[in-house]
Design a protein around this ligand. Structure first.
Ligand SMILES: NC(=O)C1=CN([C@@H]2O[C@H](COP(=O)(O)OP(=O)(O)OC[C@H]3O[C@@H](n4cnc5c(N)ncnc54)[C@H](O)[C@@H]3O)[C@@H](O)[C@H]2O)C=CC1
Ligand SMILES: O=C(O)[C@@H]1CCC=N1
Length: 247
């Protein structure tokens, strides 16, 4: 996720980024998109904004080691690690976000904790996509919807593409048509002020093809299953929060 963030920021321009990772191979893949790469964590002392893109179980220990100061901002992307816990480990101003992988293409959907977000962080998030400001208590459900969400959507795109292949399209054509259809449908929802029910209705020509497919979906458990997938991810985010607090 850190690499996606860096690539998105590179594309937008305007930020000087140093990437730090213990893994040289990771740094090699990111080096074309940032000003400097290093394996030395001490470099964090030089940055105005430090983006912590580590696995949740590493965050507490490494944050204590970093010894950031009050004139720095810590931007944490770790699932389940609360603002309160982060603040207990650092002097820096803490801002917790839940980003997603589409940051790489400037199309991230992110949630940020509203009580702590600053204009400096709003500008960074703006550079790589869209964000909403939510209360800390909503971060677990946001994690499930927009953090884990890309995987759920990839799964659905794949299901649509596979159906196209089963119907005789080439895998490449099916992948393009399915993905562009998701992208276009998402853009339509974002640009239009019509309800999603209205938009479905707009595709369903009288006695046409779509209504036949929609009848299958309305009769199925797909909506409930998607809800269960989101609920399972939300539950796991809460568990991660508990694990982090117990450490
Ligand atoms: N993968 C995703 O789509 C998203 C991930 N996140 C959050 O991002 C964080 C990272 O997740 P991923 O990118 O998926 O994991 P990852 O395993 O791909 O990346 C973690 C990176 O941290 C590096 N690392 C490990 N120990 C280190 C140390 N001591 N010093 C410096 N670097 C170190 C690893 O070499 C690795 O490159 C997690 O907290 C996750 O909750 C949030 C939103 C979306
Ligand atoms: O799976 C995870 O834990 C991370 C957080 C949200 C997306 N990926």
């Amino acid at each position: 996720m850190g690499g996606a963030f860096i690539k998105g920021l590179h594309q937008s321009g305007g930020y000087s980024v140093t990437a730090c990772d213990v893994d040289e191979a990771v740094l090699e893949t990111i080096s074309p998109y940032c000003d400097r790469t290093t394996t030395e964590l001490s470099v964090a002392a030089e940055s105005e904004v430090v983006v912590l893109a580590l696995k949740p179980d590493l965050v507490g220990a490494i944050l204590s080691d970093l010894e950031l100061t009050a004139d720095q901002t810590l931007l944490s992307i770790a699932a389940g690690v609360s603002t309160e816990l982060l603040e207990s480990k650092t002097e820096a101003t803490v801002v917790r976000i839940m980003p997603n992988l589409a940051a790489e293409y400037g199309m991230m959907a992110a949630a940020v904790t509203e009580s702590t977000v600053t204009d400096e962080i709003r500008a960074i998030l703006d550079a790589v996509g869209e964000f909403v400001e939510v209360s800390e208590s909503k971060m677990d459900i946001a994690t499930a919807v927009n953090g884990s969400g890309p995987a759920f959507v990839f799964y659905l795109i794949n299901a649509m593409a596979e159906a196209g292949v089963d119907g005789g399209l080439s895998p490449e054509d099916a992948r393009t048509l399915a993905a562009q259809t998701f992208k276009g449908a998402a853009e339509t929802v974002l640009q239009s002020d019509r309800s999603i029910e209205d938009l479905i209705d707009a595709v369903c020509s009288p006695k046409g093809t779509t209504i036949e497919g929609m009848d299958v979906l309305w009769d199925s458990d797909v909506e409930a299953e998607v809800g269960e997938a989101v609920a399972a991810a939300e539950e796991r985010s809460k568990e991660l929060a508990q694990d982090a607090a117990d450490e």
